[in-house]
Design a protein around this ligand. Structure first.
Ligand SMILES: NC(=O)c1ccc[n+]([C@@H]2O[C@H](COP(=O)([O-])OP(=O)(O)OC[C@H]3O[C@@H](n4cnc5c(N)ncnc54)[C@H](OP(=O)(O)O)[C@@H]3O)[C@@H](O)[C@H]2O)c1
Length: 244
């Protein structure tokens, strides 16, 4: 049994991931933006799932949650699922929050970051990015950054299994009712990478789609871009990745 945090787990893929892992007997910690949304997680929390509450567009909330979790039993895995499609919260939620949580939590054995095929349209540069969300951010850029963060974690921390997942275009609130891909397959890869003893899941630095490793945009494995990104995120947040 593993202890696993799934961010953004009130709805969509995060909720389905949390429900599946809970049903498999794992010790799941779910996450909601506020108390009203947390109430929707009662079916899980009433059955023993842990919960953390805070808006991931708010850096102080991410810091508070990291401190709360650091005082508890160590996590075996974190699934950085939280994401928004458009608007001013894109950079704060899609890349700043996962980076901060990664930097502030004791490193778990496994890290899974939700990417997207949209990362191929992201621009591999970090100059002039509005990390604070004063204006609408580019979803494609944010997903290129989080995919690159996953690859950088794999390179820098060889004892951590760090991977990113394109769940496909699936019918969640974000994906829309007409999305063509399988909702079931949209969350299975995250669960597998977070928990499985399958040798194929004991890998790091991968970009996955439906349990198949794919080639991400070449900039994801460009170590100079990885270092630029980590440096920009450290400067922006004041937090550096832990040393090993
Ligand atoms: N759906 C797709 O086709 C697709 C394709 C590629 C990648 N992805 C990625 O997959 C991940 C999950 O997407 P999804 O389709 O499941 O999205 P979704 O249905 O919109 O669900 C997103 C979840 O994140 C939570 N969330 C959003 N902003 C938050 C914030 N500021 N603080 C705390 N929680 C917040 C939402 O909470 P509330 O319910 O309270 O808003 C919800 O639980 C995202 O990273 C997304 O980019 C999705």
């Amino acid at each position: 049994m593993s202890r696993i945090l799934i961010t953004g787990s009130v709805d969509g893929l995060g909720r389905l991931t949390a429900e599946a892992l809970h049903a498999q007997g794992h010790d799941v910690i779910v996450h909601a933006r506020n108390a009203d949304r947390a109430a929707h997680l009662r079916p899980l929390t009433d059955q023993g799932a842990g919960i953390v509450i805070g808006d991931f567009a708010d850096r102080d909330a991410v810091r508070r949650i990291a401190a709360e979790l650091a005082g508890q039993a160590p996590l075996d895995a974190v699934i950085h699922n939280v994401g928004v499609w458009s608007g001013r919260k894109v950079m704060p939620v899609n890349i700043i929050a996962p980076y901060l949580l990664t930097a502030l939590l004791p490193l778990p054995r496994r890290l899974v970051y939700l990417s997207s095929g949209s990362h191929f349209g992201g621009r591999p540069r970090v100059g002039g990015v509005d990390w604070q969300g004063r204006e609408a951010g580019s979803y494609g850029d944010s997903k290129l950054y989080v995919t690159t963060l996953a690859a950088a974690m794999a390179r820098l921390f060889p004892d951590v299994l760090s991977n990113s997942v394109d769940p496909g275009w699936v019918p969640t609130r974000m994906g829309g009712a007409g999305a063509p891909d399988s909702l079931e397959l949209g969350h299975r890869t995250q669960e597998w990478l977070a928990t499985s003893d399958d040798p194929d899941a004991h890998t790091s630095g991968g970009y996955w789609y439906h349990q198949h490793r794919q080639e991400p945009d070449p900039s994801v494995h460009d170590t100079a871009f990885q270092d630029d990104l980590l440096s920009a995120l450290a400067d922006e947040t004041g937090e550096r990745l832990p040393r090993r």
